[in-house]
Ligand binder design. Structure first.
Ligand SMILES: [Zn+2]
Length: 176
């Protein structure tokens, strides 16, 4: 999952986005909150991305539970499930506590705020079938859907074709 995430320039990726029906996501904790603007060409390798994005930690989060939410924050958000489309000023809680299990099943807790808290909320939403578009107020969501109707329809067609392909692959051969 981490490789897929880096490959598509994501800072988080949830199981359901890649056909894993489990409450798991990967997420990067970065120094993005203080990252300066950058004129260099975009990074290519995972190693370059780690360095450029200021990755502090690569988290694998299982069975997340968010609590102690505080404050509001507004920032731009995109999603690997609808690549290339972004919304400014998506509202999220500013800080939170996250209880989860690591890959060995050990129970952990972390407290965080700012960008990483946003990533955690976005990815936890995926586990509940919620997209960041669903977090917009109805009017903003309607505007967004209207503006990107063609792109979204195209993505839906591709997703359906992908699933059909997957189904064909797992179907047992016909006995005639
Ligand atoms: Zn997403």
């Amino acid at each position: 999952m981490l490789e897929t995430m880096y490959e598509h320039n994501g800072v988080g990726l949830a199981g359901p986005q890649v056909g894993i029906a489990k409450r798991i996501f990967v997420a990067l904790e970065t120094k993005k909150d203080e990252a300066p603007a950058d004129d260099r060409p975009p990074p290519v390798t995972t190693e370059e991305k780690r360095e450029r994005w200021g990755v502090i930690n690569e988290h694998v989060i299982i069975n997340p539970i968010i609590s102690n939410i505080e404050g509001q924050a507004y920032d731009i958000e995109g999603c690997l499930s609808i690549p290339g489309l972004y919304v400014e000023d998506v509202e999220r809680h500013f800080s939170l506590t996250l209880a989860y299990q690591d890959t060995k099943g050990a129970k952990k807790t972390l407290k965080t705020k700012g960008h990483f808290a946003r990533v955690i909320q976005h990815e936890t939403d995926h586990l509940d079938g919620v997209l960041f578009l669903d977090r917009l107020n109805p009017e903003d969501k309607r505007l967004f859907m209207n503006e990107h109707r063609k792109d979204l329809a195209e993505m839906q067609r591709e997703a359906k074709a992908f699933l059909k392909d997957l189904q064909n692959q797992i179907q047992p051969p016909k006995i005639s």
